[in-house]
Design a protein around this ligand. Structure first.
Ligand code: BGC
Length: 484
């Protein structure tokens, strides 16, 4: 009977809902993903600087540079666990304010670094903060947003991640690594200040039995004339269904294990596309294509991601999650396969060539010769791959993670998802070189292509469409009692 109650008033009362303050709250909270984008993008301009610096206390060799890049993903995996615990303990708003601290301290330590350990600690701390943020912000947004704009609002998370990555690339063309780190600490500073004025989520407040505060929060978010009593009642009813707190026995419930399996697999598949390896390789592709300015190349990659993630955000609530995931998966399957063909044609004779060796112009470099003519193929397939990722597999796993879990398991289940995502990001970026050596360049990209094809099948078979549904209706579907 719930949907009957839920829909009719929603439709005619929703005209009274004003989303202005909701947009403000989303805008402030996505300073978190913006900071996490800066962390991801920081290493790209900073590493060449740190490899060539005159200061031998902080000069990096290749191996140290690879740790400097990847330690962030390890920190973030731990941050995911911490975030899962924090959102339940201190709530969504305070967790969000808390994660500014390791961001700011981490960047401060990097700015002041006197030795390698300070660099590593700074990176690990900013990684930890990124992990907490990547859990808390999607949860915060999904719990404050009205269902009709939840897809667009939730996609802003990834939009700000890629904006941050691009921002770091652009700022890195002007600033040295110390000044860049200082500049990266601005968004998290604004986050902690801005969040002081934003509300806790109504769902968290109701789960704590704070009805009056929840109504106030809803009034702030939906405007003075919105039916806040009715929305509170609807959320409370769902909370009654779900019971309080997470218990291990909950894992036997279909409304818990089904979304958990889907969330974890979405995260695994997002990383299995090889996005982080391909982004890492992007600079070298540009170099091989005789783009003299590598920094400009990375900025172009960054802008492509921002542009297509923006389109995804705009159409998310109309097109739906499933359609976009499929289009994105197909685009990535084809472009990664073509990428493989490119390698096959150009480096077939150098089976064990590593990307790094190619980049430094040792063996297998495309240099002059017939391969140069194919550089456009590499550029085009990389462009389509990045655009494809941005349209679906970039934003949607984070969005769906924030939509499918019942409130009582949200902290735990999201932590498992975030751990899966960052753990796999670490494994893939660290093992990329070994994969190239084992499978050849072409084989590695064909492997990524096959994973993207499996993503499409998985999406069609298992991912639920959450467009336009309330969080409560999504959970009803998993429970097997879809409301009539
Ligand atoms: C992924 C990251 C990736 C980033 C790039 C995020 O959704 O989780 O691993 O680096 O997108 O756009």
């Amino acid at each position: 009977h719930r949907q009957g109650n839920a829909y009719s008033p929603a439709v005619h009362l929703s005209s009274k809902v004003q989303n202005g303050k909701l947009y403000l709250a989303v805008f402030v909270s996505v300073l978190g993903p913006l900071s996490f984008g800066f962390v991801l993008g920081y290493s790209s301009p900073a590493i060449p600087d740190l490899i060539t610096t005159n200061d031998d206390r902080v000069r990096l060799n290749d191996d140290q540079a690879s740790w400097f890049g990847s330690i962030v993903t390890l920190g973030a995996a731990v941050g995911g666990l911490l975030g899962g615990w924090l959102v339940e303990r201190i709530g969504r708003k305070l967790s969000l304010m808390f994660c500014s601290l390791p961001f700011v301290f981490g960047f401060a330590i990097i700015t002041a670094a006197q030795n390698l350990w300070m660099l590593y600690v700074g990176r690990a701390l900013t990684g930890l903060a990124s992990g907490v943020t990547s859990l808390v912000v999607p949860v915060y947004i999904s719990e404050i947003a009205h269902e009709r704009v939840r897809g667009t609002m939730g996609s802003c998370v990834q939009l700000m991640v890629v904006t941050g990555i691009c921002g770091a690339y652009v700022a890195g063309t002007y600033l040295g690594w110390r000044w860049l780190a200082l500049c990266c600490s601005l968004p998290p500073t604004l986050l902690i200040v801005g969040m002081c004025f934003m509300p806790e989520t109504p769902r968290y407040l109701l789960s704590q039995g704070k009805r009056r505060e929840a109504e106030e929060a809803l009034r702030f978010l939906r405007g003075p004339d919105a039916p806040v009593q009715w929305e509170c009642a609807r959320i409370e009813e769902a909370c009654d269904h779900q019971g309080a707190g997470f218990k291990v026995s909950d894992l036997l419930e279909p409304c818990v294990y089904k979304p958990l399996a889907i969330g974890v697999l979405l995260m695994f598949f997002q990383q299995a596309t090889g996005i982080n390896a391909i982004m890492f390789y992007a600079e070298n592709i540009f170099e091989d294509a005789h783009f003299d300015n590598r920094a400009l190349g990375t900025v172009i990659v960054g802008l492509t991601q921002v542009f297509f993630t923006g389109i995804a955000a705009l159409i998310m609530d109309r097109a739906g999650r499933k359609v976009l995931l499929c289009i994105s998966g197909v685009a990535m399957t084809i472009s990664a396969a073509v990428f493989g063909v490119f390698f096959h044609l150009t480096t077939g004779q150098h089976n064990n060539t590593s990307v790094r060796a190619m980049a430094s112009g040792v063996e297998g470099s495309l240099g002059a010769g017939p391969e140069v003519d194919l550089a456009w193929l590499a550029l085009a397939s990389m462009g389509i791959f990045i655009a494809g990722f941005a349209l679906g597999w970039g934003p949607i796993p984070w969005l769906v993670m924030s939509e499918i879990f019942p409130s009582n398991v949200k902290g735990f289940a999201s932590a498992v998802c975030v751990l899966t995502n960052w753990g796999n990001a670490f494994i893939i970026t660290k093992c990329f070189q070994d994969l190239l050596a084992l499978l050849t360049n072409a084989g590695t990209f064909w492997l990524f292509s096959s994973m993207c094809a499996i993503n499409v099948v998985f999406t069609i078979a298992f991912v639920p469409e959450t467009k336009g549904k309330t969080l409560e209706q999504i959970q009803d579907n998993f429970r097997g009692t879809p409301a009539q």
